[in-house]
Write a protein that binds this ligand. Structure first.
Ligand SMILES: Cc1cc2nc3c(=O)[nH]c(=O)nc-3n(C[C@H](O)[C@H](O)[C@H](O)COP(=O)(O)OP(=O)(O)OC[C@H]3O[C@@H](n4cnc5c(N)ncnc54)[C@H](O)[C@@H]3O)c2cc1C
Ligand code: SF4
Ligand code: SF4
Length: 439
């Protein structure tokens, strides 16, 4: 348990609660880990609670960052090093917050942690994978590849520790992996557990999930294998992805020449998401460069309603558009159909400027699907507010709990990091104010 701040142990009365100089961060994506290192480097104890088996969030799944087009692994690795070196930061993976109660300076948080079945002795030697007989869809690659029931979440995972998917594994009825693990790192009897932490403030950095594109009937996702989402495109283009970075048709592995990007797929549309996810236009412009880089004869078409590239991102947009094989058209895609023999996709759209309908043949269609609040389904109970789309709105009547990054709404990485720094400062202020009230 995080210990109370000793400065505040004595207090001024027997009944007043202690003030804890510690901050709980829910979500270990870019916003959460940025808030963690900022607060810890300012002298505060920090605990990160992350629901996945690794830290890094969605950024770990990206191939490159706009606008510089550098690999996200660098930015993540710098933060992981800061976490490793800082004894004030602790983290729990496979863990979620169930309940929050209390007030600034003294919150009581109930955490539920699922079993990993692999302990800290794991050296990532991979011997277990060779003997495991069970396959499961690789969720990190959106099901475009498979892993064994025991697996490393991804090649650069932090912590670099294997995990067992207990919805796929036969546990003690099999136990083949236990026999080959030389390090005694697998414990098939490990159980999920609940525990409580006392902290002075909380930061919700629970981020986002991709919108379920199967709900967008006219765009064929889920029906046609070569209609994918923008996040699937990130994995397809990534060197550690399902095709080792080769952008090919998922249906037959053939190379792609013509790729259509459909902007606002289910976004700015009250029947799906009423809002704009703010980064998808930049995402598609970035992904057009992935296509063009791999094949000099390739063509990328981007159909948009409005192309949103705020601030200095305009320079990035201009650079991508200067490529004559990238066509950017103001047109709403009406439907996508598949030629049953050639499997070629035909995208029907209306060019809004010329009021003409036209058709483009595509080997691959990428839907710019939106970003939805990740807490939509499972919200912790406690003094937290949410807007109509489930993004966290700090409750003014409940200070001491703040939100950062995409937990507050869709934003890019640079803004998520700035937001996280601001949230860390507000959390620190809440603890200070609580301590002052006690003096
Ligand atoms: C197709 C696409 C491409 C993009 N490319 C770029 C780009 O090139 N450059 C750029 O700047 N931005 C890009 N972005 C945006 C970028 O992904 C976000 O800015 C970034 O992920 C925000 O980080 P975050 O920490 O707020 O959220 P996330 O990355 O979603 O991290 C949230 C973390 O919280 C965890 N979590 C969720 N719920 C819980 C819970 N209840 N308990 C515990 N843990 C929880 C999640 O598992 C996750 O690890 C792109 C977005 C898309 C859709
Ligand atoms: S669990 Fe054991 S066998 Fe598997 S990677 Fe870790 S150390 Fe190697
Ligand atoms: S016990 Fe589970 S993880 Fe281990 S080898 Fe068998 S199926 Fe695979």
């Amino acid at each position: 348990m995080v210990q109370p701040n000793t400065d505040n142990q004595e207090g001024n009365g027997e009944t007043a609660p202690s003030v804890y100089r510690s901050i709980l961060i829910v979500g270990g994506g870019m916003a959460g880990i940025s808030a963690a290192v900022e607060a810890a480097e300012a002298g505060y104890e920090v605990v990160i609670v992350e629901k996945e088996a690794f830290l890094g969030g969605r950024v770990a799944q990206l191939n490159k960052y706009f606008p510089k087009l550098c690999p996200p692994a660098c930015g993540l690795e710098i933060n992981f090093q800061r976490i490793k070196k800082n004894p004030r930061i602790r983290f729990f993976t496979l863990a979620e917050v169930e309940k929050i109660s209390g007030q600034p300076g003294n919150f009581d948080v109930t955490i539920r942690q699922r079993a990993r079945y692999v302990n800290d002795r794991c050296t990532a030697c991979n011997a277990c994978v060779a003997v495991c007989p069970v396959d499961r869809p690789d969720t990190f690659n959106f099901g475009m590849s498979k892993t064994k029931a025991i697996y490393l979440p991804h090649a650069m995972a932090f912590p670099m520790k294997y995990v067992i998917d207990d919805s796929a594994c036969e546990l003690n009825a099999c136990a083949k992996c236990v026999e080959v693990c030389k390090y005694d790192a697998i414990d098939l009897d490990m159980k999920s557990k609940s525990f409580n932490l006392k902290v002075g403030a909380l930061i919700m950095a629970t981020g986002w999930n991709p919108y379920d594109a199967t709900r967008i009937d006219n765009l064929g996702f889920g029906r046609y294998a070569d209609v994918i989402t923008n996040m699937m495109m990130e994995r397809l283009a990534a060197p550690n992805g399902p095709t080792k970075g080769k952008i090919v048709r998922p249906s037959d592995g053939k190379p792609v020449n013509s790729v259509v990007f459909v902007q606002c797929a289910g976004q700015r549309d009250e029947t799906h998401l009423g809002y704009c996810s703010a980064i998808c236009c930049l995402g598609s412009l970035k992904q057009a460069t992935y296509v063009r880089e791999q094949n000099p004869d390739s063509r990328a078409y981007i159909f948009y309603i409005d192309l949103r590239t705020p601030g200095t991102y305009e320079f990035f947009s201009k650079k991508v558009k200067s490529d004559k094989n990238v066509s950017v058209m103001k047109g709403k895609v009406a439907k996508i159909i598949e030629d049953p023999t050639s499997k070629e996709l035909i995208v029907e759209a209306e060019d809004i400027l010329s009021a003409q309908k036209f058709r483009v043949k595509a080997d691959l269609v990428v839907l710019a699907a939106g970003m939805v609040a990740s807490v939509e389904e499972r919200k912790p109970t406690g003094p937290l507010g949410y807007d109509r789309d489930h993004f966290v709105v700090p409750d003014e009547t409940a200070p001491g709990i703040y939100a950062a990054g995409c937990a507050r709404g869709p934003m890019d990485v640079a803004n998520s990091v700035q937001d996280a720094t601001a949230a860390a400062l507000m959390a620190i202020q809440a603890i200070h104010s609580a301590a002052e009230r006690r003096v």
